[in-house]
Design a protein. Sequence first.
Length: 216
Amino acid sequence: MTRPADEPDGAARRSGDDAINQAAERARETADRNLPEWGELPLPHDTANLRQGADLHSGLLALLPMVGVWLGEGEGNDPDTGADYHFAQQIIISHDGQNFLNWQARSWVIDDDARFVRPDLRETGFWRIGDDDTIELLLAHAEGSIELFYGQPLTQTSWELATDVVIKADSGRRTGGAKRLYGLVEDGDLAYVEERVDADGDLIPRISAKLRRYAG
């Protein structure tokens, strides 16, 4: 990030030091948290903590920073009404040592005081990445659609994807193609924005959020 011209060098250093200290403190809080384990399985349990459980598959190193449990808030736009709204969200990105990441995301609408209003979106899927760094994201949505995204890492901590295929179930909600941009920001949070094609064929903002690491 470029330092504003009127910001003293000392202030920039203090700001950077604060960010590092906050990240270290947060790591102490989240390092021992992980997903619950249910019963005895003859294969590794899913883990959202790189310090615990199965080793991350070497083919997933370009996606390593995403692994964890993330909680936060965001802004959405209802495609049916055109109204903006606030939501909270939990995203779980885990693995079991195989060459894919498990993805679970669920959100709920909140009011201006962050109080629960109603359930919102829910999706589940898998991330893969090939030897040429092509990312594949396969998602199933509770609203009744399946999407296949392709993309590329932009940096070591940011990833951009766009839909290649969107399939709607007979009972599902109509949806257009989408683009998503994910990235870890300076304070270590996971931020993302999704744009989606509307009924007129225009790509417009749909949801965006900033999530703090809760586990991992």
